[in-house]
Design a protein around this ligand. Sequence first.
Ligand code: ADP
Ligand code: MG
Length: 700
Amino acid sequence: MLNLDSKIQYLRGIGPGRSQIFAKLGIITVGDMLTFFPVWYQDRTKIISIRDACEQPQSCIFGKIGKTYNRQLSRGLCLLYIEIFDGISMGYARFFRKKNTYSGADIFASLKKAFEPGTFAYVYGSTKTEDGSRFIDVDDYETVKNEKDKPLLFNRIMPVYPSTEGLKQRFIRETVKSVLDSVCGLYPDVSDLIPDFDGIPKLKSSFAIQKIHYPAALEEAESARRAFALQEFFTLEFALSLSRSNIRKKCKTQRYEIRKTLLTAFKNNLKFEFTKDQKKAINDIFSDMQSLYPMNRMLMGDVGCGKTVVALSAVLLAVESGYQSMIVAPTEILAEQHYLTVSNMLAGLSVKVVLATSSTLKKKSEREKMSAGFENGDIKIAVGTHSLIEDKIKFKNLSLIIIDEQQKFGVMQKFALSDKACSPDILMMTATPIPRSLALIAYGEMDMTAIKQLPPGRSPVKTYFLDEQSAYINAIKELKNENQAYIVYPIIDKSDKLALKSAVQESEKLSQTWFRDFKVGLLHGRMKPSEKNKIMREFKNKEFDVLISTTVVGVGIDVPDATVMIIQHAERFGLSDLHQLRGRIGRGSKQSYAYLIGDLKNETAHKRLLVMTSTNNGFKIAEEDLKMRGHGELMGTLQHGFPKFKAGNLIKDADIIEFTRSLAAKIAEEDPCLSKMENAALKRLICRLFSDKIKLINIG
Ligand code: ADP
Ligand code: MG
């Protein structure tokens, strides 16, 4: 008996060879085949008369079959014409085939047999008029004995599947259809658990699957897709909820108490008030920390929104309560900057902080001192890079781990990290704006807090398209006012393949021409980390006025006097990259300017860059980026191994994702082990789809 888990190898017509080709399309089991959905559809509902078929890309004709003619073209290409008469006009169905030079057999033999004169044919393809005659280059056809016989492949909407070499569309259709007919009813259905939402029809999963493959009309395909996506996202969100609540179930031993010995002093040290969003974030974090279960929270917020003070508040709560904390940054320079910020903000509070990066851990004496301090609990805060994770250093009572720019860390590293403590509270921070729909999935195993507002008194960076000359002139004006400038290039070195300016060549040129009166530095990704560090530090200390660079400055340090950024070949960068780059300026109170230089003749490139000049809101930019880059490319940004959606779409279904998240969370709370009868199908579906993919799901 076939079931959803049967290997497709055992289906009729598919042996080991073809099953390997299907595997390339991600189809291993019969269940995969069932949800292997079309990429588009051919509308074969309308038959047009041959007389009207002049130049139509996709159309259907129907008529009586007449004579056939062979023609041999050059280079072994053969043509077959078949007369089709629809009662008014005559046309020719046309097939092209490559002749096999070693075989004397007629390559059209089977077609000639199928198109038997006097019977009838439906033909789908593109029509042409040549020398007054009508031709249709055949994409698909079906013959019937009698005029009134019902066709199988015509008078309907036909699915078109993603294909790959060695698989014909016809064969895929037949295989999918046979699977649909035999096992579609077995697909678990969770529609009963989902309330009505936004006019999406309530369809049983098997019915939705049928309709996605064979809709009666194109609109029906889309509504069936939405109906299936609703179940799909609901199931995914449910799995993520379970995984969230399972993290919560691990009891932790650390207990925090707000004593305000440090927190109040810290607050008084700050020269500003927390913004509303910062207060909310601190509240969320404190209540996580004070609960019985480990914190597992993502703090999202645009560059400059003030995540550091929020994180520090958490750190101080841990220190006040007698525990140690760790702050991990993706690069040495960022770790160093965090270390400086933390030390400054804690000035006079007698809390011991160290910088633990590969450079500082290299020296034996220093390392031993630090190691002892961690073990005996003297050192309260360690700021460092991944070397802190990899190192065997032990802590006395590490309870809180803060990870900055989370997406720069591999998943494994994150888990290795938590081995330093038993069930530590984990706070991740990111400034990489991603649309909420994507965040709800990519960070679905975490609780989330977003800081949306910037601290008051910032003047947003002004962004303009400009020609190169004017950009340099404007930059020089700023430099003369003791300010600094970045100039960013898409590539490091000149390339034969790309006619682009590059950082190395232009830094030589510009330092002798436009910027000969200023000090020009160069920074790029091929430099050693220590070298990069040195350059960045020198730029911050104003040893350079201009820093010529590649995207490596994207994750950089605070240089408050940098007020200009010129981005060359701006059309070569993604919107999120541009936003990240632009975040390097406007970090002080001074007005800053970003100048985009690029080829705006390309209309899509222009439209894309307009987003940059019209808003500074990272989330809005991310949304636009998502729309322009499309769902497919976005899926690529999810972690490797993340389940692919069958019908769901990150762009079209953002509303569904939002809706199902809270719904799933509610059910997960009521029935965390899915032991209730009504949740049986959901349990089966989750086991099918996600049990091996999402960590910490454990529903037996
Ligand atoms: P990010 O979220 O990018 O890590 P930071 O924490 O580095 O941002 O903060 C950027 C700057 O804003 C820092 O100089 C910080 O001191 C300042 N800042 C943070 N919160 C506030 C606030 N509520 N009011 C004024 N300035 C603030
Ligand atoms: Mg930061």
